[in-house]
Design a protein around this ligand. Structure first.
Ligand SMILES: Cc1cc2nc3c(=O)[nH]c(=O)nc-3n(C[C@H](O)[C@H](O)[C@H](O)COP(=O)(O)O)c2cc1C
Length: 168
């Protein structure tokens, strides 16, 4: 039987990749064998007994790559426990309305494959390194910048996911 856990992610500026690495590290600490990979590098799901899939939120939505990945692999993914996580800046404010809006970023993938768990984590935004378009949008909406990632919350979530996977 497949034993490994896949942590698959998309990222534009690297912060979601680091969240994925922390999730993978925590899953390893509790005893799992884990591969942490960008979604577009994954060819074969047969080695995996579970998958954790995440994306940053841009303009209210997941990036296209993980959505395409889930759509393409929905049949295999439906046979194993799957968890989703989103990384975004609005959720530094944990009000119910903001969290509901951030959860909506996962509506499309939830319809494809129903997850055993979802996580929504604050991300990171720096002005330097942004594409011209993204910098313009950020200026227009006067988004706050900084690193708001909460590693304790990410790691606690990874442990909860592991318990769900182990019980599935
Ligand atoms: C153009 C742009 C649009 C964004 N839109 C949202 C959004 O709708 N909701 C949100 O919570 N965060 C939004 N963010 C913040 C990103 O989700 C956050 O910076 C995230 O950590 C980026 O992940 P990455 O470094 O993996 O690309 C936006 C950032 C940019 C640059």
């Amino acid at each position: 039987m497949a034993e490994r856990i896949l942590v698959a992610y998309a990222t534009r500026y690297g912060s979601t990749a680091e969240v994925a690495e922390a999730i993978g590290d925590e899953l390893q600490k509790v005893g799992a064998e884990v591969d942490v990979r960008p979604v577009d590098e994954i060819q074969d799901l047969s080695p995996y007994r579970a998958a954790v899939i995440g994306s940053p939120i841009y303009m209210g939505k997941w990036l296209p790559e993980p959505q395409v990945f889930i759509e393409k692999n929905q049949q295999s993914l439906r046979t194993i426990p799957v968890a989703y996580f989103s990384v975004g800046l609005t959720v530094t404010d944990r009000s119910p309305e903001i969290l509901r809006n951030a959860e909506a970023s996962m509506d499309a993938v939830r319809l494809l494959v129903n997850p055993v768990e979802v996580g929504i984590f604050p991300g990171k935004l720096e002005n330097s390194g942004l594409s011209f378009t993204d910098r313009t949008i950020i200026k227009m909406i006067r988004a706050k910048t900084g690193d708001f990632r909460d590693w304790g919350a990410v790691r606690a979530w990874a442990q909860a996911v592991y318990r769900k996977i182990a019980a599935a």
